[in-house]
Each structure stands twice: as structure tokens, then as C-alpha cells.
Ligand binder design. Structure first.
Ligand code: HEM
Length: 160
């Protein structure tokens, strides 16, 4: 389960890197054809693999938390990763996916040599925010900082 968790988190990070490459190519590509194809690839291939890897990371993380001494909300590093994972998966659905049809159409217009349309909203933020958040989650997973969320009152001992 830990291997699947690490592999799915790694795949998610890899997909984010691919998104960053496509966004940069769409913006700064050498020709309209190249730029348009990058936007079309972005609209066609990105959302579902990203969501699947995010949900797989979440599911395996939940199983690991429930099946080990770490729990889900017992340690700060697990609880924070849970929140980050939920926020990112929600953002994929509510912020990224709805704009994909527009980006695909924009890409097709560029490839077909149509006059430059109105343009797409700024796409640099999604990969930047996601990569930063996933890097933070990886640091939390490896360093496991800050200990337990609650301590038993009075004794100073820790809850299991
Ligand atoms: C946000 C994306 C996530 C990333 C990038 C991530 C990354 C990682 C990595 C790299 C490890 C291996 C650490 C090590 O062995 O030293 C790990 C372990 C672990 N993760 Fe995650 N994780 C994420 C989400 C979650 C979630 C949502 C949960 C649970 C709610 C979770 C629970 C755990 C647990 C309990 C372990 C330790 C398992 C063990 O050693 O027995 N993770 N994670």
C-alpha cells in the first residue's frame, strides 16, 4: 500500500510537471501550430489522469492512516496532508476542469490559423500551486514534523 501511495503521488507530481511544460509551450511555443497543439493536449489528456492519481493518493493515504499507528487526524503531518489532498482534488474539479473546453477550442483556433481569439485565462497558477503543495506534502511525509495533534490533559503523556 505504501508503494502504491508513493507511486501515485509521484505520478501526480509528474502530471503536474507535464502540465507546466504544456502551459509554457502554449504560451511561448515557436509557432501557432505548436502552441495550439500544446493547448489541445492540455485540454484532452490532463484532467482525468491528474484526478485519478490524486484520488489514488488520497485512497491509499486513507488506508495507510487507518491501518497504521499514524491514524488520520492523530498526527499533524497526516492531518495536513489529508486537507491538502482534499483541497487539490476539489480544485481539479471546480477550477481546472470547467475551463478545459475553452482551452481546447483556443488550441484548435491557433492550429487552424484562425484570428487570435479572446484568449484563455492565466494557466500558470494551477501547476505552480499544485507542485508547491505536493512538494510540501512530500516534505511533511518524509520529515513527519510537529508530533501529535492532541495530548492527554494533565499527565503530559501522549494519546495512542
Ligand atoms: C497530498 C499528497 C500526498 C503526498 C505527496 C504523500 C506522500 C507520501 C510519501 C512520499 C510517503 C512516504 C514517506 C516515508 O515512507 O518516509 C507517505 C507516507 C504516508 N502517507 Fe502520504 N502523501 C500524500 C497524501 C496522504 C494522505 C491524504 C494521507 C492520509 C490521510 C497520507 C498518509 C500517509 C501515511 C499514514 C504514510 C506513512 C505510512 C507508513 O510509513 O506506514 N498521505 N506519503
Amino acid at each position: 500500500m505504501l508503494v502504491t501511495h508513493i507511486v501515485s503521488a509521484g505520478a501526480w507530481i509528474g502530471i503536474d510537471v507535464m502540465v507546466a511544460v504544456l502551459v509554457l509551450t502554449g504560451r511561448f511555443g515557436s509557432s501557432d501550430e505548436v502552441r495550439g497543439l500544446a493547448y489541445e493536449a492540455l485540454a484532452t489528456f490532463v484532467v482525468w489522469p491528474m484526478l485519478v492519481s490524486g484520488l489514488l493518493t488520497l485512497t491509499t493515504g486513507l488506508i495507510l492512516g487507518l491501518g497504521t499507528r499514524w491514524g488520520l487526524v492523530r498526527y499533524w503531518w497526516v492531518g495536513i496532508k489529508l486537507v491538502l489532498n482534499l483541497v487539490l482534488c476539489t480544485l481539479i474539479l471546480v477550477a481546472l476542469r470547467p475551463g478545459m473546453d475553452e482551452i481546447g477550442a483556443y488550441g484548435r483556433d491557433l492550429v487552424n490559423g484562425a484570428p487570435e481569439p479572446a484568449g484563455v485565462s492565466d494557466l500558470f497558477f494551477p501547476p505552480a500551486v499544485s507542485l508547491t503543495t505536493l512538494a510540501l506534502a512530500t516534505v511533511l511525509a518524509v520529515a513527519k514534523p510537529w508530533g501529535r495533534i492532541r495530548r492527554t490533559a494533565g499527565t503530559g503523556s501522549t494519546r495512542s
